[in-house]
Design a protein around this ligand. Structure first.
Ligand code: S3P
Length: 175
């Protein structure tokens, strides 16, 4: 299979954007963060969009953003934590490229989200037990979708080179 795009999938704080930027550098491909695509298209922050229009509208608009970019080639896309879990987004991504789930423990996600949560409307006002419960429940619900990824990667231990090798092994790439 000749892979033309890679979708990085996983919970908020799992390092999709950081890894995506590193893969761009290593592979010489383009990189897009779907949250940035959203904010450019709608000229507002995701936090503000949630406040103005709510999550249901956000999900519809997020799907549009995915459709806007999905046919670009040699592209790495960091998806939003909820992207695979709505509509047929996961199937669409699986049909159009290599999906990789960056799997992390709840403990790691909590420590990462505690520092970057203010820009993320779903966790912005949560701390302590509330944050733990929220992540536990959402992760259980979302893993049904994340686990449909073609590759499930232990993001606790794998470095960027391992990801390049995974991608190379999955398709006829000249990287
Ligand atoms: C969301 C994750 C965010 C962003 C939005 C909703 C989610 O993206 O799309 O705040 O539902 O998990 P990141 O995973 O890049 O933080």
């Amino acid at each position: 299979m000749d892979i033309k795009r890679v979708f990085l999938v996983g919970f908020m704080g799992s390092g999709k954007s950081t890894l995506g930027r590193r893969l761009k550098h290593e592979m010489g491909w383009n990189f897009l963060d779907l949250d940035d695509v959203f904010e450019d298209k709608f000229q507002t922050s995701i936090k503000q969009y949630f406040a103005d229009y709510g999550e249901e509208s956000f999900r519809q608009a997020e799907k549009e953003c995915l459709e806007d970019v999905i046919h670009q080639e040699n592209l790495i896309i960091a998806t939003g934590g909820g992207t695979p879990c709505f509509f047929d987004n996961m199937d669409v991504m699986n049909e159009n490229g290599l999906t990789i789930y960056l799997k992390l423990s709840i403990e790691t996600l909590i420590s990462r989200l505690n520092s970057g949560k203010n820009v993320r409307p779903l966790v912005a006002n949560k701390s302590g037990d509330e944050l733990y419960q929220f992540i536990k429940e959402k992760l259980e619900e979302r893993e049904f979708f994340y686990n449909q990824s073609k590759v499930i990667a232990d993001a606790e231990v794998l470095g960027v080179e391992a990801f390049v090798n995974i991608i190379k092994a999955s398709g006829d790439l000249s990287v």
